[in-house]
Each structure stands twice: as C-alpha cells, then as structure tokens.
Write a protein that binds this ligand. Structure first.
Ligand SMILES: [Zn+2]
Length: 668
C-alpha cells in the first residue's frame, strides 16, 4: 500500500536540498514544508482561517496532550481531529515519546511500555507502542509517528544505545499495530550525539516499511553545529524515495541549514511562542518588539511581507500592544511569524526547483535569524530601559534635581514638594507651624494625635519624627501618635529604593511602617500608624486629631479630598477637639469650603513662591487662646468679588455655603 505517494521533484546541485510532494487523505503537501504546532488541537492564539490563509498544508498535534484532554472518545464522536477542529488539510501526530521525556514528573521506561503520571489528574498512565498507535488512529492523523525513547543529547553511549535499541523494537510493534490502516506511519531515528549510533539507527529503521523517516532527539540541548552534523549524517543513510522529517526544529536559520542537508518536513513552536514574547522573524532578521527603539517606528514589521498584520499595522502599534500585554499583540505577531515561515518554505522550494538553491542558501545564511540591531545596540537600550524602570513604580517616578529626589505622579504630572527642598518645606509648613514640639513637652494622659494626610514619600511624617527625636533633655514627655493616610503606597516603596536621593528615609521607621502598618520608637514616645486606602473612609478609623498635616495632591488629582462635603466630615471629626489643620494651598475655593464646613480659617506662613498657605481651626481651637491670623473683612470683600467663590463639589441648587461664609462668626 502506497500511503503517501511521495514524489521527489528535484534535488539541488551542490546540496542535498530537495523539492517534492506527497498526498495524504486530505490534501497534497508540497515539500519542503513547515507544520505549525497545534499542541492541544489549536495553534496557540491562531484561528484556523488565518492558518489556511498562511498556506499551512499540515499541522502537528500532540498525542500525549490530546490523550489526556479531551480524550479518545471525543475524537471518536466528532470524526477525528479534522471534524473536531474543522480542519480540512493534513494532520501529523507525534507519538507522545518526546512529551514523556520532556515534561516534569517521574517516568519509567520498560520493555512493555512507558509509565508516567498524568499532569492533569496525577493518575498513572501506561503508554505502549500499541496504545500510542490506537490513540493516533482515534485522533485520525494523516501521518502517525512511532513511539520512541528520547534521551538528552548529553547522555553516555550506553544509555543512548539502550534507548535506541528500545526504539527499534518498538518500531516493529508500532508497524504491527498500524496493520492495514490507511494512515501513514513514520519511523524515528535515535542515537543521541553519537554518529555511529545515528548511522546504525538510520540503517535499521530505513529497512522497515515506513512511509517516511524522522530524525528524533534533536533540539534537546545540543549546539547548532552538532545538530547540523547529525542531520547530515542521518540523511545520508535514508532512502531518497520517502519524506524526511526533522522533529522540533527550529529557527528560520535552522530550517535553511536542514533543508540544505536533505530534510523535507519541520515542526516547531517558535513562531507562536516567540510572538508571545514580542519577537518577530522577518526578512531583515529577528525584530524584538520589547526594544524601545521601535516605540515610534512607522511602517510594517516586515516590508517584504504581505500578511494581514503587515498590511494593517505599524511597528509602533505592535510594540504598544506588546507593551500593554494585550493578547492581540501576541496573535498578530504570531500570524506574521507563521506566515513568514510558510513563505520561507515556499521560497526555498522555488529556488530548489529553479536551480538557484545554492545562491539563495548562501545569501540567507547570515540574514535569517540575525540578531536585532535596529536603532541603538540592543544591550545598551535594555540596560537603559532597566535603569529607567527602577525609577518607576505604578503611576510614580523618581526625578532628581541637585541630588534631591522627588516623586512625580506620571498620570497627572504633579510633583510632591516640587518647589522647595522637601524636608525644609515639611519642617516649616507642618512641624514648626503646628508647634508640634512645644505641644509634646508637657506630659498629658492622652497622646497628641497628628494626622498626616497624603503620606507620599513620607517627607512630612519623617520631618516630624526627626524633629521629635532631636528634642533635647528627656525628649517628648507627651506621647505622639502619628497617623498617616495613603491610598497608593507605590510612592513610598519607590522612594525607599532610592534613599541616596531621599535622605529623610534613611531610618528604620518607614520600612517597618510599610511592612507592619505601624512603627514604634525604641527611645522616644512615638507611635506611627498607617491607614491605607481612601482617606474619606479611613478617617473614621483613626483617633480624632489635634493636628492635621493636610498634604494630598491638588484638587485636579485628589478631588474627593477637597470638596465641601469632605471638609464638613473633617469638621465633624474634629469637633470635640481644639484641632488645627495645615495645608499648602491658599485657594479661595478651598478656604470657602473650610469656612462653610465650620472651620475658622487663618493665613499660614509663606513657602516657596506662595505668599501664604492656610490654617483651619476647629471651633474649640478658635475659642482657645491662639495667635493665628484669621482671615478678616478684606478677604471677605475680595471673596464677594471673586469669580472663584464656590467650593469644589458644590451643586448649583444648594448655595447654603454662600450664607455660611457670609455669616461666619470669624467675620462678625
Ligand atoms: Zn507579515
């Protein structure tokens, strides 16, 4: 029975490269050919329509995986893999030998069968040559493979010989099991990296009535030169009149070298596996879309390619898809790579038939799969990229001026403590203005509670801690409870990676705070608590404050913290205490909100380019002796003329804030 009707059409002069054709039960396959790998009955990320469009004539499917899932009965029900996948062209199935060898877990090779554990349900599976053939018959493959024993290319000669001998005995059993099935069956040559074993195996296997022959046990750790030598050794001993298949190989350059040495068929996961990483095979060599050099490059990834991806999308867009890890990036690049492999096989076949193979081979050896050298040298870019990424976390990045680091929010562009030395601003605006140290000098039963709203890179909190730790004599007599609020801890995490630029963080406290949500001083009476999450909610979880360092990002970014409603809630929380709030802004809208919420509002000290800042006093604080400069009639007059009167978050149909400000006791 002639199951494949292989016809050799041409052999290139000065080379063993061959062009041929074979006929399966489903279609004619022109060789040399590449078989995309559909491990689980699907080529990863690729639609059958795109595979048909690429010109793929035959797919490879993995018997081992399909035996575990979906199982033989599904294939029986759906009329084999062709019916199940709705795939009209040919399918070759491997036998499971390579998977038994390569997947993790224990395995035993016995004369009767291979024994191993299922990675799906841990059950013990016995795979004999007969069972492998039965499974491949159920799958309905056009071409089946014998079960073989695969060993690493580095094993000792004795081990390699034993595996080869077992493979030969199993070859006989596989042929017997195939019986009179119309499905084709290929024998496999083993022998690891020993030339004399490879020759012995090729001679033994080629004596048997197989429909084609495969070179197995390569692409398992040997060098490219070893692989090429081994391929040449084996093909020299294989009959001319049947197809030859190099299993699991390889890159585009590997294909070129193997065709040159007489191979007709290939399979490899690389086109789709590398696409997932962002790597494309092109007529210009490899292109690695992880490289920033491609960020803004227009035009197709391969100017010579006519695939859907190259006709439709720019390199910059594909770079972007890979960057944001969208599965479409993987799919589109995979589509191109499969298309490129198919086109390469067609081109090689044309040159063999046209008698121009050697020229083509020599012109392509150093082009195919060449290292990506577009733009700057890739090692340089990668290193710069790595350094840059170290300076970023989440939405934040570190910027450095004069050796002092600041945190910038990349989403909104705002920089924390942008205008001054962050530590100096924190000390002046919050620690000194609040008279923190004075208030800690005299012992009291209750601790002094300081809220630090907007922990950021902990500039304000650490300014307070450093100041208290520097107090003379016995330090603070009254206990300090510092409560920091933060909804995104990436800024502190990032700054802690770069303490050379954030000197205030060279202290045990911030790391412990991040790790445990609290830190207590060993020598001073200080407790530091972290309440992460939304301040609007978390403020109700904290002890009521005596002092508030109110330092979130501006309304543009942290809008919910600056509204009339937010200040009303804050006034409510502070109502039982003589509390003072310090903030960097002197915006009229913010002051209006504070006044309307019931705070008394005073001018705060100047800082940087700001002529003043703002202090809010609870009613009790305002009633007590204080030396704050409350806003007076002049401010109220300006407010009445202002076109920025309304507090943030107020609605047009509730202007009660207007009356509340005008009638505020501080102006009476
Ligand atoms: Zn393309």
């Amino acid at each position: 029975m002639n199951r494949l009707d292989f016809k050799l059409e041409a052999t290139a002069a000065g080379s063993r490269a061959r062009a041929g054709r074979l006929r399966t039960r489903h279609n004619e396959v022109l060789t040399p050919t590449f078989m995309p790998v559909g491990t689980h009955g699907v080529v990863r990320s690729q639609r059958r329509e795109d595979l048909l469009e690429s010109g793929a004539q035959i797919l490879l499917a993995n018997t081992y995986h399909l035996l575990l899932r979906p199982g033989a009965e599904i294939f029986e029900k759906f009329g084999g893999i062709h019916g199940f996948m709705n795939w009209p062209r040919s399918v070759l199935t491997d036998s499971g030998g390579f998977q038994i060898f390569s997947l993790p877990g224990s395995r035993k090779m016995r004369e009767e069968c291979a024994e191993f554990r299922s990675y799906v349900d841990q059950s013990t599976i016995h795979l004999s040559p007969e069972r492998s053939i039965a499974m491949q018959r159920a799958i309905g493959a056009d071409i089946m493979m014998v079960l073989d024993q695969c060993v690493p290319s580095t094993v000792e000669r004795d081990v390699a010989r034993q595996a080869m001998d077992l493979t030969h005995r199993w070859a006989h059993r596989s042929l017997a099991a195939r019986g009179d099935s119309p499905q084709a069956l290929f024998g496999i040559v083993q022998g690891a990296s020993f030339a004399e074993l490879r020759i012995e195996s090729a001679r033994t296997i080629s004596q048997l009535p197989f429909d084609g022959f495969a070179v197995g046990g390569l692409a398992v750790g040997e060098t490219a030169v070893q692989r090429e030598d081994c391929t040449a050794t084996v093909t020299a001993w294989l009959p001319e009149d049947r197809p030859r298949y190099l299993m699991g190989v390889g890159t585009t350059r590997d294909l070129l070298e193997a065709v040159h040495r007489g191979i007709d068929m290939f399979d490899c996961i690389l086109p789709t596996a590398l696409a997932k990483q962002g790597v494309a095979f092109t007529s210009l060599g490899r292109r690695d879309l992880r490289r920033a050099a491609y960020r803004a490059v227009d035009g197709p990834i391969d100017p010579e390619c006519g695939c859907h991806t190259c006709k439709t999308y720019s390199i910059a867009y594909l770079y972007h898809l890979n960057r944001v890890r969208d599965t479409q990036g993987w799919q589109l690049l995979g589509l191109h790579n499969v298309h490129f492999y198919m086109q390469l096989m067609r081109t090689m076949r044309e040159h063999i038939l046209a008698g121009t193979w050697l020229n083509f081979y020599n012109s392509q050896r150093n082009v195919l799969d060449a290292r990506d050298s577009y733009g700057k040298a890739s090692t340089h870019v990668t290193k710069a990229e790595r350094q840059r990424l170290q300076l970023r976390q989440g939405r934040y990045e570190v910027i450095v001026h004069d050796g002092v680091g600041r945190i910038r929010d990349m989403d909104c562009g705002e920089v924390m403590h942008s205008v001054n030395d962050p530590a100096a601003e924190a000390r002046l605006l919050y620690v000194e203005q609040s008279r923190l140290l004075e208030r800690l000098k005299h012992a009291e039963v209750d601790p002094l509670v300081v809220w630090d709203v907007g922990l950021g890179a902990a500039a304000n909190a650490m300014a307070a801690i450093h100041a208290v730790e520097a107090m003379t004599a016995d330090g603070n007599s009254r206990r300090l409870t510092l409560v920091s609020f933060e909804n995104d801890l990436d800024s502190l995490t990032l700054a802690l990676r770069h303490t050379k630029w954030f000197a205030h963080l060279r202290h045990a406290a911030p790391r412990q705070l991040l790790a445990n949500n609290r830190w207590s001083s060993g020598k001073n009476a200080i407790d530091w608590l972290l309440l992460s999450g939304d301040f609007c909610r978390r403020k109700f979880d904290a002890p009521a404050p005596d002092i508030i360092f109110f330092d979130p990002f501006s309304f543009k970014t942290d809008s919910a913290l600056w509204t009339l409603q937010a200040f009303r809630e804050l006034a409510q929380v502070c109502s039982g205490k003589a509390a003072e709030l310090f903030t960097y802004t002197y915006s009229t809208r913010v002051r209006t909100a504070m006044l309307a919420a019931g705070f008394y509002v005073a001018k705060g000290c100047a800082t940087g380019p700001k002529a003043e800042t703002t202090i809010g006093l609870s009613a009790r604080a305002a009633a007590a002796r204080h030396e704050r400069e409350l806003l007076g009639a002049d401010w109220l007059g300006k407010w009445r003329r202002s076109d920025a009167q309304a507090p943030f978050g107020s609605s047009a149909n509730d202007e009660s804030w207007r009356e509340a400000v005008a009638a505020h006791p501080q102006f009476q």
